[in-house]
Design a protein around this ligand. Structure first.
Ligand code: BMA
Length: 954
């Protein structure tokens, strides 16, 4: 399992106690270290022929509340919540413990100041320019040097540079104070000012969110005021790196590089002078492929200069970068080096780049009939590829809590289940550099939303100005990453306006005008100026080009013939999927579930362990989420009786995960199946399935496939199968009693002489009762129908699935797989339950774990264990669980045979005994309160086995 972000909290806590005990010695130590560092620096400087730019970063900070009632040690970068937790001011336990989101809310209503002391020698002040650079101030802040204001911030996502040369003195006790206004107060104030003209909604979030109002009036992580899957912890602090820096010519800020083989490298520089020319030399090195040095005259304007250089080299000098599953991800070091004219100063910047082309193709699907709409297809290196993936939300409500290790763990978990794309969703943050670097390494394409979500936004000049600053900061920072697929300026704001989500219809034109002002007139030209190598789409969902032609707010932003759709339907039978749309691209779809008991247990106590407990409602932010979940579970399975037992609670969590896993499997298979064909309405050519959502921000009901902390839900195991490069799926034609088999083959080779193996099984019999093998031809890089079988004629359903009064679909089910021409299994084995499990003629399964052997080293883990699982009858949704960190090779699976072998991949060293003693296994019938007492169907056919079970709906 992942390095749990909560460990970081625990560490912070420990450090907090430590801080208080050792405050004085610590301060002395810091002074001594500072002095030593300073002496080292001074000696370096006197002997080195080319003095570098000076950078001073103090590490000892204090944090105090505006009313001075609280003063603690502070971390910069960091945030107030973590510092108060570390200092034990937040003394009621972990941030996420029970109701602590409410208990600790007062923090966000306070104004806070971080203070420290800067030791500046006279030499520093002799540089032409001396500034403070903040890569991220969260959010409404004012910075003071020696009690004089040097600059203000209003945007968490913008880089700020404040001139401090005239405010600093050559002394060891320059004070620096960074004052943060309560983000909640600030947002309310901005709302009040704006609403004097007209209200920019939503005014507040639904009450189920337990959140704060007016997030859309502050340029801050929108979900930090809460969301339908997460709590409100509106943070304050210096959340990214900062430095005090002094120089005479240029220092590099960021490198951008165009795509393709005519590479334009742009290096944005901070200049020491406001305008004019700076002379020097500029060297660009690409791996060991090319190095070029030039004399340059940088033109400076507004303290910025842009050095630009074209590298042209032949295609065969580099290897192509490919998305996960399509090839390798070679990355090349691009190094820029600057030296000023008299060689007294230099600056270096290194980024890793990859070589690939990327296109979002929106051609008409049928040039002869344009009413059939347009594609929404991603081509990388001119190859069309179906986007398989999910949506990424912030991995913790406090960005400072997310470690690079946890980020890697989550992205690796996405790559491990064959994802090639993630959407960085617009209500979170522009992620950390490390996030994009890992995505580059793993070949995960990123659909990068800009951070606007589910709201109308103001367009007063101050707001637009700060947004411009944000876009420049972020697009420049992220542009060089090969993983970035496209920019999308907002999440669901077009559809929100069109469908009147926030009561804007009465003044539609005003809000539409504002929408265009922000996303089309302000943001778009900026993004395209900074990066013309990728597509810019205005919203998600949108109809793409069609939305633009419709004046940016289409009549039907979810049109299946254009662009992308977000599809949620919590009342249909999700396991049948007969209402699933057939869109060009599904960029959001999902169902909720609860995390495992192991995850919930961390933040709850016994009285919460009941699906109707106040705590469970507190952790369910989605309005109507509880009844919807109960309905969905109840359509397919028996909801455990509310007997107050721990087992009933655990069973409920497990059933919620089953419901979610199967629902997403069914929906995803429909999207993948439609990759290569269209129906008579023109629907189809589906080219992407990004389910909502990959990760969790805390322990609560959500759409995630990975729980907070890293434990895989059942869904994530299902994702591994449904996103496999080659899958076999079925479609049932009810009125003909016929099953169609499709193979989706991502590989670029046809498969001739492959064999589809379809087996009919009875729930009361281990092993198939009938198997049909069909020799088939599978198309390359396509989804194709390979076989059609009649349930009666080919599979003898009528005779083989007879059982008393049972419907044949409740007695039998199907499994199917594909073997290649030499008999090797090339797809995960798939199954189709013909009816609902709650009605099935299913016997109580006694599932046990058998031999466990290991550890052996596998590519997944040095501590991999083979686990044998045995059953005495057909078992559904077999679920293995251990407290030990790690994942299984498969889980939540169907056992239609006596034995299954799975691997457990431990994260760290464990023994067989460790695993044995912690491993549990269960299957669906273990959730039944009363076990049907007979081994076979009773004499009296009037008794339906399910009737005697305790079935309760809330
Ligand atoms: C979509 C997303 C999120 C939300 C999710 C589940 O609307 O864009 O805003 O969390 O659905 O409701």
């Amino acid at each position: 399992m992942a390095p749990n972000p909560m460990n970081r909290e625990a560490e912070a806590r420990r450090e907090g106690a430590w801080w208080r005990v050792y405050a004085l010695p610590l301060a002395c130590l810091a002074l001594m270290c500072g002095a030593t560092a300073y002496l080292a620096y001074a000696s370096y400087k006197s002997t080195h022929p080319q003095p570098h730019t000076v950078i001073i970063i103090p590490s000892n900070w204090s944090l105090r509340a505006a009313n001075k009632s609280i003063t603690v040690g502070g971390q910069v970068p960091g945030g107030v919540y973590s510092d108060l937790l570390a200092a034990n001011v937040l003394s009621e336990g972990d941030l996420y413990y029970r109701y602590n989101d409410l208990n600790y809310r007062w923090v966000s209503k306070e104004n806070w100041t971080y203070s420290s002391v800067l030791n500046v020698d006279a030499d520093v002040l002799s540089y032409t320019r001396v500034v403070l650079v903040f890569e991220g101030l969260d959010t409404a802040a004012e910075v003071f040097i020696n009690d004089m204001s040097v600059g203000k911030s209003t945007n968490m996502f913008a880089r700020y540079v404040f001139d401090v040369k005239n405010h600093l003195k050559a002394s060891s006790d320059n004070t620096i104070d960074i004052w943060f206004e309560s983000p909640v107060e600030y947002a309310t104030r901005q709302y009040n000012i704006q609403s004097a003209n007209y209200v920019v909604p939503p005014k507040c979030l639904p009450s189920d969110y337990n959140g704060e109002c007016h997030a859309n009036h502050i340029r801050k992580m929108q979900s930090s005021f809460s969301w339908d899957w997460g709590p409100a912890f509106p943070n304050s602090g210096v959340w990214k790196n900062w430095k005090l820096t002094a120089w005479n010519s240029l220092i590099f800020q960021i490198i951008t590089s165009s795509q393709g083989w005519n590479v334009t490298v742009k290096v944005w520089c901070d200049a020491a002078v406001a305008s004019g020319e700076v002379l020097g030399s500029f060297t660009i090195t690409l791996g060991d492929i090319s190095t070029t040095k030039h004399r340059v005259t940088a033109q400076v304007s507004n303290y910025e200069a842009l050095l630009e250089f074209n590298l042209v080299f032949s295609e065969n000098l580099v290897d192509l970068w490919w998305p996960n599953g399509y090839g390798a991800q070679p990355l090349y070091k691009l190094t820029a080096y600057w030296e000023n004219e008299n060689q007294t100063e230099n600056s270096t910047k290194v980024v890793k780049v990859g070589f690939r082309t990327v296109e979002l193709n929106q051609d008409y699907v049928d040039l002869n009939d344009t009413s059939k709409g347009r594609h929404y297809r991603v081509y990388v290196n001119n190859v069309f590829m179906f986007m398989k993936g999910s949506n990424w939300i912030p991995a913790h409500i406090l960005p400072e809590m997310v470690t690079p290790e946890y980020t890697r763990y989550l992205l690796q978990a996405a790559a491990d289940v064959h994802m090639n794309c993630l959407r960085v969703w617009g209500g979170g943050i522009y992620e950390t550099d490390v996030f994009y670097e890992i995505a580059d390494e793993l070949g995960i394409l990123l659909w990068e939303d800009l951070m606007f979500a589910c709201s109308m936004y103001p367009v007063n000049q101050a707001f637009l100005d700060t947004v411009k600053k944000e876009i420049v900061t972020q697009v420049r920072r992220l542009q060089h990453h090969p993983s970035i697929l496209l920019w999308a300026s907002n999440n669901e704001n077009e559809v929100a306006l069109r469908d009147n989500w926030y009561g804007t219809a009465f003044n539609f034109n005003q809000y539409k005008e504002d929408y265009i002002t922000l996303y089309v007139d302000t943001i778009r030209p900026l993004v395209l100026e900074l990066d013309d190598s990728r597509s810019y789409v205005v919203s998600s969902p949108s109809n793409g080009i069609k939305s633009e032609n419709d004046g940016y707010i289409s009549q039907k932003p979810g049109d299946t013939l254009y662009g992308d759709v977000h599809y949620y339907n919590y009342i249909s039978n999700a396991w049948v999927g007969d209402q699933t749309p057939i869109p060009r691209f599904s960029s959001e779809y999902g169902f909720q579930s609860w995390p495992s008991f192991i995850t919930m247990r961390d933040v709850t106590i016994e009285e919460d362990w009941n699906r109707e407990s106040p705590l469970m409602y507190h952790r369910q932010h989605h309005p109507l989420g509880q009844p919807e979940l109960a309905v969905q579970i109840g359509i397919h399975m028996h909801m455990p009786a509310q007997d107050g037992s721990l087992k009933a609670y655990q069973d409920y969590l497990y059933l919620s995960q089953i419901h979610q896993a199967v629902a997403i499997k069914v929906e995803t298979e429909i999207y993948r199946r439609w990759m290569s064909e269209i129906n008579e309405k023109g629907e189809g050519y589906t080219s992407g399935a990004l389910y909502w959502q990959l990760d969790d921000i805390w322990q609560g009901a959500s759409w995630a496939s990975i729980e907070y902390g890293g434990r895989w839900k059942m869904l994530h195991y299902y994702v591994k199968k449904m996103f496999s490069p080659v899958i076999i799926i079925s479609s049932f034609i009810e009125n003909e009693n016929v099953v169609e088999l499709y193979v989706v083959n991502e590989w670029f080779q046809n498969m001739t002489n492959a064999t589809v193996v379809v087996s009919l099984h009875r729930y009361d019999t281990l092993g198939p009762v009938k198997t049909v093998n069909k020799s088939v031809h599978v198309e390359a890089a396509a989804s194709s129908r390979v076989a059609t079988l009649s349930m009666d004629d080919d599979l003898d359903q009528v005779t083989l699935c007879k059982e008393g009064l049972y419907d044949v679909k409740d007695v039998c089910f199907l499994t199917y797989k594909l073997l290649n021409s030499v008999g090797v299994l090339v797809t995960p084995e798939n199954y189709r339950l013909l009816g609902e499990p709650k009605d099935a003629y299913i016997l109580h399964a006694s599932v046990q774990t058998g031999d466990i052997t290991g550890p052996i080293a596998t590519p997944q883990s040095n501590w991999s264990f083979n686990v044998s699982v045995k059953t005495d009858t057909v078992a559904l949704f077999v679920w293995l669980e251990t407290e030990l960190p790690g994942v299984f090779s498969d889980n939540g699976f169907l056992m239609a045979q006596e034995e299954a072998q799975v691997y457990f991949y431990a994260v760290k060293k464990i023994t067989v005994e460790d695993l044995k003693s912690s491993l549990t296994v269960k299957s669906l019938t273990d959730t039944y309160q009363k076990v049907y007492p007979f081994a076979t169907f009773p004499e009296n056919p009037d008794i339906h086995p399910n009737d005697i079970r305790n079935v309760v709906f809330a």
